[in-house]
Design a protein around this ligand. Structure first.
Ligand code: GLA
Length: 393
């Protein structure tokens, strides 16, 4: 399917008064560096070719209309109310949150019609929320210039303030700064990034458990709180510490006895995970695929035991992947409690891997997992040519 039918559908739904422009914002898979972003540490995501597409044009009647193709739902709001509108605890909170933050930033948001189509599976840990936020921001800006970093921060604020999810910056950032053929190492404090070329001959594959446990939202908030508690305790001994990013493994070791056990384990995950991102990037530069794979597995074990955000389905997929031919490493990716794993393997092993992992998972859970290739793709922007929408052919 190409963008042209999307435009045709837009014109059919909203009338031909204005020709829409189409915007795209990708989902992501995080290779390593989990739950480090809100601790101002390091992450290494890639933008996927799975993305949210929005066709948008001025409505001319002061209304903001959101039509979700996936949900077959049309919602209508007065553009004049966007500055004060309240969350409805529905999918519309993501675009409305973005609209509200744009208004707060002094951007005029006129009545606009939006047709939303997405190939990023919901609740999969591949960041469908950020893809919706960023594509909405571009659609509401309607071609007006904006600073990419400010836009990432604005979309993060939308999620934190309106959706009330205290997320870090990773998902919105990579959706904007993603780059074809590269992973992006993000320093979540300075908000600078560097592109990381991955070794030849390896492929990353995401496998979807097809579950999202109800715990995920509240557990995420708990982890954010536990990390803040750790910082408070550590700061009492090392006053220079402002976030877990600042804590060295030696410092943590020296104060571990003073922290409640759970808090100490959460902190240990974050501190060691930051080091693993560095190690992974280094190993990647040297083409040390075995080392990269080992760090992925260590990351998973740390998320499983110290951070406790994994689940039975994710653990199963990781363990099953490790037994398959050509696999170097595997881990859960994203917030956890369901969603996807990401597995690194020899490219020539990928076809058999997909078949074997699906079979194993089906046998165990009687559910067919969806599987996605993780080709690093470009970040968000306007779709200028009528290109194919990957994943929708
Ligand atoms: C979610 C959040 C991100 C990040 C990850 C975990 O995707 O939106 O900010 O914290 O979880 O790494």
């Amino acid at each position: 399917m190409i963008a042209a039918p999307m435009i045709a559908e837009f014109l059919e739904r909203f009338g031909a008064a204005a020709q829409p422009r189409v915007y795209r914002a990708p989902g992501r898979v995080n290779l390593i560096g989990e739950h480090t972003d809100y601790n101002l540490g390091f992450v290494l995501p890639v933008a996927l070719n799975l993305a949210t597409y929005i066709a948008a044009a001025p409505s001319g009647d002061g209304k903001l209309r959101l039509y979700s193709e996936d949900r077959r739902e049309l919602r209508e709001f007065d553009a004049a109310d966007l500055g004060t509108i309240e969350p409805a605890h529905a999918w519309t909170d993501y675009p409305l949150g973005v609209a509200q933050e744009l208004v707060r930033a002094g951007v005029t948001v006129e009545g606009t019609n939006l047709l939303i189509r997405s190939t990023v599976p919901d609740g999969s840990g591949l960041s469908s929320s950020a893809a919706l936020e960023v594509s909405t921001a571009l659609a509401l800006l309607g071609g007006r210039e904006s600073d990419p970093l400010e836009l990432a921060k604005l979309c993060q604020r939308a999620e934190r303030n309106f959706v009330a999810m205290p997320c870090g910056i990773m998902d919105q950032y990579i959706s904007i700064f993603g780059r074809e053929h590269s992973a992006v190492e993000i320093d979540c404090r300075s908000l600078e990034n560097r592109l990381v070329k991955l070794p030849e001959g390896i492929t990353f594959v995401a496998v979807n458990t097809m579950v999202k446990h109800a715990l995920s939202g509240s557990a995420y908030r708990d982890r954010v709180r536990e990390c803040a508690a750790a910082v408070e305790d550590i700061e009492a001994v090392y006053p220079e510490v402002q976030s877990l990013r600042d804590v060295s493994p030696e410092q943590l070791e020296s104060v571990a006895d003073r922290l409640p056990d759970v808090v100490a384990r959460r902190a240990r995950h974050v501190v060691t995970e930051d080091a693993r991102v560095k190690g992974f990037v280094e190993a990647s530069h040297h083409g040390d695929v075995t080392g990269m794979g080992r760090l992925m597995l260590e990351s998973h074990r740390s998320l499983q035991h110290d951070y406790e955000v994994s689940c039975e389905e994710l653990d199963y997929l990781v363990d099953a992947a490790l037994g398959l031919n050509g696999v170097y490493g595997s881990r859960m990716t994203g917030g956890g409690f369901g969603g996807c794993t990401v597995t690194m393997m020899r490219t020539d092993a990928a076809t058999a891997f997909r078949k074997d992992i699906a079979q194993a998972y089906e046998q165990k859970f009687h559910v067919t997992p969806r599987i996605y290739s993780c080709e690093p793709s470009d970040g968000a922007g306007e779709v200028k040519k009528l290109e194919t929408i990957p994943g929708m052919e």
